[in-house]
Design a protein around this ligand. Structure first.
Ligand code: HDE
Length: 750
């Protein structure tokens, strides 16, 4: 209920007292009046509710943490003391010195001074969402992990990220993407901390600081930000040829995803699963997006960097808020747990290897649906702490030397990033399973532990807590044999083939995808200054494929070297290509370009048809407001001033009032008449030219051709659909969008 706070001020309000300087202008009333009636903060939107917070003992905490931090209508200090004023420091007279005794001022500024925590050393820029994972129960044969073995639902939190850029960098850079999932299972938390690329740059964790130092901005000038197109990155990845495979994926379209919703995810390492009988199996985890795997073109990615650096973050949050919940199927590739830990000759402990899906199909075991945006970015997305060592019974690790190093790194990094060892008590990190550990005290301890004997065994706390049975614990420690060996700092011989797998990837790409890869290498290497680095990079490419090497060499104006290894005779894996399949179009963004003179009934029909097909129509008009008057005006979502082609998956041009008329111009301001003649607005001309160049579907109806002609777009080109009505145009565009792009318009020199 609204309460009027008693006035604590006396005399004239502060705003009237302030300007007592002779000759100063009289104080102006604030342009927007401050509300005087206190009321509770607006409740979060239904889609922003987080899973219920759970205490370390597994019991609900009662009031959620947000309610404890934000209750009551009055502004208070951190100690709950009500404040009557917060805009002026306490001073000795209005123009006098500020008094040190102003505790409220000191508390407010001190807290602010400490608002930032160190960003993640890698994967600093992220976006996250809550969701539900539904296990199909089909994995019971290979694992006893209940969330996979049973037909059951588990709450999850997923964080996507770029790797190299700082927290404030841009989304659409060429980079690997993180895909980290926290499963809050009843048996403890399981973290699947994966990437959108199934292999890694290095085979041994000891090189991780080196590859990251090489990829990060140069230490002298701190440039370039969030880019791999610079000397130190290419220096490292050409000196360590084990990086050739991951680098090739980065240079492919996988390095510039269209959306987090349209990325695959991979656990990268081989994991060991254990079933109820104690049998073990080796597996690789895969996330398969229901919307398919799609990418930007490099030019789109670059324009988007400036136009909307938050493109992926916004896309994810908007889709979830609109109810277009993104989904991924979790699948596993299954391999026998043999002593060699190889499959069809592929070393499963080498994280620079994939196993082609044609050799070991991905078997679906569950469905992930992201259905709620975080309520608070800092509390959830920033403070979430993943760790590949967060395992549950039924999931164990292997001896992949990269994975072993990670098991140390993640816990260690959280201690400095989150300010101490108690970060598991933060709401987003709390497990949903009962916790009874013997970890005590430390910075930011929020639990009030009872009992007197935090050690084991004890006789003072009734012997509690007890140990689980050997077959009941999370850390199963499968008693695998470790062959008698010498202590050495070296890799096995099987880790030394660095070129067969990149060649397999290259040969699996369609011509248009190969064209993009060539363009990416040429762009990146042209940004390097050191000739020796470019030459070394060409040598790596020669060892992958002579055509790839030759075309990049041409682009750089350098001779192509001969291979120094025998080119591997490998069979392509068509599953690796992103081209040639048809995918759902739900959630795709279609811009409808229209002006006040356009066929507005057609625009209404097109909007309805797009919404009916689950797509998002955005009307683009010369000015904001609405098109048309009367009872059914059409809201304008984008104007010519703020729209750019990269925001749309496809464009529709509304029909013109008469052949050759400009359907998209504003009315002539003086005469109030529609502007005649061909489309003149350069922003629309640019939008159409870009959409065409980027292989996007373009539809239009009745008289839209003059706009296309102005943009130099051939109306008979593939993927350009000029039809009679708005609804027909939508049908054509939806068909084309199913393939993501009009591939027939490529290869193009992008
Ligand atoms: Fe990470 N990685 N990583 N990484 N990684 C981190 O942990 C590390 C690797 C991955 O959204 C850090 O909490 C080492 C592979 C993701 O919060 C840090 C090595 C894969 C995220 C760390 C690797 C990943 C991280 C930085 C080589 C794919 C973001 C902040 C042995 C399978 C998680 C943090 C999030 C984050 C170390 C290699 C994925 C420093 C030492 C391989 C998705 O601990």
């Amino acid at each position: 209920m609204a309460v009027t706070p008693p006035s604590l001020t006396t005399g004239a309000p502060m705003s009237e007292k302030r300007n007592d300087i002779p000759g100063a202008p009289a104080p102006q009333p604030p342009s927007v009046a401050e509300p005087t009636e206190p009321h509770e903060p607006l409740p979060p939107k239904p889609d922003q509710e987080a899973p219920e917070a759970v205490s370390p003992t597994g019991k609900p905490t009662g009031a959620p943490a947000s309610a404890r931090a934000q209750s009551g209508a009055y502004l208070t200090t951190a100690q709950g003391a009500r404040l009557y004023e917060t805009d002026h420091s306490l001073k000795a007279g209005a123009r006098g010195p500020v008094l040190l005794q102003d505790h409220h001022l000191r508390e407010k500024i001190t807290h602010f001074d400490h608002e930032r925590i160190p960003e993640r050393v890698v994967h600093a820029r992220g976006a996250a969402a809550h969701g539900i994972f539904k296990g199909y129960g089909t994995a019971a044969k290979v694992t006893k992990a209940a969330f996979l073995a049973k037909d059951t639902e588990t709450p999850v939190f997923v964080r996507f990220s770029t790797v190299l850029g700082s927290r404030g960098s841009s989304d659409t850079v060429r980079d690997t993407r993180g895909f980290a999932t926290k499963f809050y299972t009843e048996e403890g938390t399981f973290d699947l901390v994966g990437n959108n690329i199934p292999v890694f740059f290095i085979q041994d964790a000891i090189k991780f600081p080196d590859i990251i130092h090489a990829g990060k901005p140069h230490p002298d000038r701190e440039i370039p930000q969030a880019q791999s197109a610079h000397d130190t990155f290419w220096d490292f990845v050409t000196l360590h040829t084990e990086a050739a495979h991951h680098t090739l994926w980065n240079m492919s379209d996988r390095g510039i995803p269209r959306s987090y919703r349209m990325m695959e995810g991979f656990g990268v390492h081989t994991f060991r699963l254990v079933n109820a009988k104690g049998d073990t199996t080796l597996v690789k985890f895969h996330w398969k997006p229901k919307l398919g795997v799609h990418s930007l073109t490099w030019e789109e990615a670059q324009i988007t960097n400036g136009m909307d650096p938050d493109f992926h973050r916004r896309d994810l949050a908007d889709a979830i808020e609109a109810g277009a919940f993104p989904q991924w199927e979790l699948g596993i590739q299954v391999f026998p747990d043999n002593a060699e830990q190889t499959f069809e000759g592929i070393d499963l402990l080498d994280p620079t290897n994939i196993v082609p899906e044609e050799l070991a199909p991905v078997q679906p075991i569950g469905l992930l649906t992201l259905n709620a945006n975080p309520t608070n970015y800092f509390a959830e997305t920033e403070q979430v702490a993943f760790h590949p060592g967060h395992l549950v019974p039924g999931i164990d690790i292997t001896d992949d030397p990269l994975l072993t190093g990670r098991l140390f790194s993640y816990l260690d990094t959280q201690i400095s990033r989150l300010g101490g060892p108690n970060f598991a008590q933060l709401p987003i990190n709390r497990t949903h399973a009962p916790v009874n550990d013997m970890l005590r005290d430390g910075m930011h301890q929020t639990a009030v532990h009872s009992g007197t004997a935090p050690y084991r065994p004890n006789s003072l706390d009734g012997g509690c807590p007890f140990l689980a049975g050997a077959d009941n614990g999370a850390y199963i420690e499968v008693p695998v044999d470790v062959p008698a060996a010498r202590k050495v700092r070296e890799a096995p011989e099987s880790f030394s083939d660095h070129f067969s797998q990149p060649r397999l990837f290259w040969l699996s790409m369609t011509p248009v995808e190969q064209e993009h890869i060539i363009a990416a290498y040429t762009f990146e290497l042209s940004k390097c200054y050191e000739q020796a680095i470019k030459e070394r990079a060409l040598q790596v490419l020669a060892n992958i494929d002579p055509q790839l090497c030759g075309q990049v060499a041409d682009g750089l104006g350098l001779p192509a070297p001969e291979p120094t290894v025998k080119l591997a005779d490998v069979a392509p894996s068509p599953a690796l290509s992103q081209v040639g399949k048809v995918w759902p179009v739900e959630g795709r963004i279609v811009g409808i370009v229209a002006g006040p003179e356009a066929d507005l009934d057609g625009v209404r029909a097109a909007r309805e048809a797009l919404l009916g097909a689950g797509m998002v129509p955005l009307v683009i008009a010369p000015t904001g407001g609405a098109l048309g008057s009367g009872k059914d005006p059409i809201a304008v979502q984008r104007t010519f001033a703020n729209a750019r082609s990269v925001e749309f998956d496809a464009l529709l041009l509304a029909g013109a009032p008469a052949p050759g008329a400009d359907a998209y111009g504003a009315r002539d301001a003086k005469a109030g008449e529609p502007s005649a003649g061909a489309v003149a607005d350069p922003r629309i001309v640019l939008m159409l030219a870009e959409a065409f160049r980027h292989g996007k579907a373009i539809g239009g109806w009745a008289g839209a051709e003059s706009a296309l002609e102005a943009a130099g777009v051939t109306t008979t080109a593939p993927g350009v659909a000029l039809v009679d009505t708005g609804a027909d145009a939508v049908e054509q565009v939806a068909r084309l969008l199913g393939e993501h792009r009009v591939w027939a318009r490529f290869p193009a020199a992008l």
